[in-house]
Design a protein around this ligand. Structure first.
Ligand SMILES: Cc1cc2nc3c(=O)[nH]c(=O)nc-3n(C[C@H](O)[C@H](O)[C@H](O)COP(=O)(O)OP(=O)(O)OC[C@H]3O[C@@H](n4cnc5c(N)ncnc54)[C@H](O)[C@@H]3O)c2cc1C
Length: 451
């Protein structure tokens, strides 16, 4: 074994450092379809001091180090570089404190999103940003590092809004405590936000102080089918203006719906281009909001959905179903976002261009936030050649940015969005590089991601 690893095994214990076996294979990839990379070892710390020991060893030996939570990144953020050490944070899984009075929880980075909300249930509070289909695996540390959002960000915002403070180990092994327990401060620059969305390139988050929200008294859902996806998207801005209690606004194109309908348990699925909403509030308010939403949707020609299957249940299965339909090659995906007034035209133009090329394109996403996932399958009917799909993705992200949007609305930059990000970051780049060298002077933390 490498001398650095021998040293770490001495400090953390032999069973905490693995150089082969299933775990090493697992951490070589994430949920993206980007190529895997085999790390030198996986190291599993139990607490912040273990993390310090690993970071210092990597810093001194100039070894790359990639933090890993649930490994559910869709853009290669948690794929290590070849020969890196992967820091598997899944054993930092304690909910250290909850305070109902302060509406907060102090949790270790490896706590899984669903487990946290299960723990919080008796308190009547919850942590709202829900990463959809990965909620049972994504960790709070990973969500902080990608500023994860999801279904309910329309009403509650993304992870960033709920992070009050962090314990972070920087690239030279210094422990920083940022922020506070308070929901609002004005005490100078809050470094907390520097680490949110940094994808483990500036520091390793070991503990998070999270604000919490009261669980809404009632939730109610509705769904409609439209003649085309552009019209469904055009309806979104009116819904957001007219319904203050909207918590989620999702769209799914008919091709993706048909894919699910063709599957083993898809017989009861509704047909058409779908728009799904969820409202949160008091029971009486929810009923009134749903009625108002129906009135608005009908002015856009919406029809009630048919079929016995709950369209929301379908929504949770989409990401993996589309990927499976393109096996073994997978998909090239986007999570670019555009301002709402541009959404309908952006979707229609993107669909038209793909159809003109004879390519299959799946479209779904958080329309209420302007975030759309376009998935270009690399195998099966209407498959895209890899190079064409990659070029298309960069062009789409650059166009979204030109229209006032962003390259990534929720999955992060990672490896998959990096080219488009670098093409659009402009004058901010030298400042970001300077920031990187302050927090990670040896450049060991998740190299090759974002910058
Ligand atoms: C089916 C499916 C649906 C999804 N839906 C959504 C969605 O609706 N919304 C959404 O936002 N995302 C979604 N995602 C993407 C993904 O779940 C999120 O990005 C999630 O936040 C990643 O958490 P993780 O614990 O798996 O992080 P990982 O994948 O392990 O890591 C992600 C990044 O964070 C870094 N990191 C991890 N832990 C730490 C730490 N403690 N300190 C510093 N850096 C760290 C890693 O190095 C990496 O750069 C989805 C993924 C899947 C597979």
């Amino acid at each position: 074994m490498d001398s650095v690893l021998l040293g770490l095994a001495g400090v953390l214990g032999n069973d905490r450092v693995e150089v082969d076996g299933a775990r090493v294979a697992t951490v070589s990839r994430d949920e993206s379809d980007l190529p895997p990379a085999r790390p030198l070892a996986v190291v599993r710390p139990r607490h912040t001091q273990d993390v310090v020991a690993v970071v210092r060893a990597c810093h001194d030996a100039r070894l790359p180090l990639t933090a890993r939570g649930g490994g559910t990144s869709l853009e290669g953020s948690s794929v290590p570089s070849v020969g890196a050490i992967v820091l598997d944070l899944s054993d930092l899984a304690r909910v250290a404190q909850t305070s109902v009075e302060e509406r907060l929880a102090v949790v270790e980075a490896g706590v899984v999103f669903d487990r946290l909300n299960e723990r919080l249930r008796p308190t009547g509070l919850f942590f709202p940003p829900t990463p959809g289909g990965s909620a049972d695996a994504a960790t709070i540390g990973g969500m902080v590092a990608t500023d994860a959002g999801g279904l309910y960000a329309v009403r509650y915002g993304g992870t960033r809004r709920w992070v009050r403070g962090l314990t972070v180990v920087t690239g030279d092994g210094t422990i920083l405590h940022t922020g506070s327990r308070l929901p609002k401060t004005s005490t100078g620059v809050d470094l907390t936000q520097v680490f949110v969305g940094a994808e483990g390139t500036l520091g390793i988050v070991t503990e998070v102080t999270l604000g919490l929200c009261p669980v809404p008294e009632a939730r109610q859902r509705a769904a409609w089918a439209f003649d085309d996806l552009g019209t469904a998207c055009a309806c979104v801005a009116d819904l957001l203006l007219g319904i203050p209690d909207l918590a989620a606004v999702e769209v799914v194109d008919r091709g993706t719906v048909d894919l699910l309908r063709a599957g083993a348990d898809g017989a009861g699925a509704p047909a058409g281009d779908l728009l799904l909403i969820e409202v949160h509030g008091r029971a009486s308010e929810c009923a009134a909001a749903i009625q108002a939403a129906c009135d608005i949707a009908s002015t856009f020609g919406a029809r009630p959905v048919d079929g016995a299957t709950d369209p929301w249940e379908l929504r949770h299965r989409l990401t993996r179903a589309v990927r499976e339909s393109a096996a073994p090659s997978g998909v090239v995906r986007t999570d670019a976002a555009v301002p709402l007034p541009r959404l309908a035209a952006f979707v229609a133009a993107t669909q038209e261009r793909a159809a003109a090329r004879g390519r299959r394109l799946h479209v779904f996403g958080h329309a209420g936030l302007g975030i759309l996932h376009f998935l270009a399958p690399l195998a099966g009917a209407g498959a895209w050649p890899l190079d064409e799909a990659r070029d298309w993705k960069v062009a789409l992200c650059v166009e979204a940015t030109r229209q006032g949007g962003v390259v990534s609305g929720e999955h992060g930059v990672g490896l998959g969005n990096r080219e488009a990000y670098l093409a659009t970051a402009g004058a901010t780049l030298p400042y970001l590089r300077a920031l990187k060298s302050v927090f990670d002077p040896a450049g060991i933390l998740n190299p090759g991601k974002i910058l």
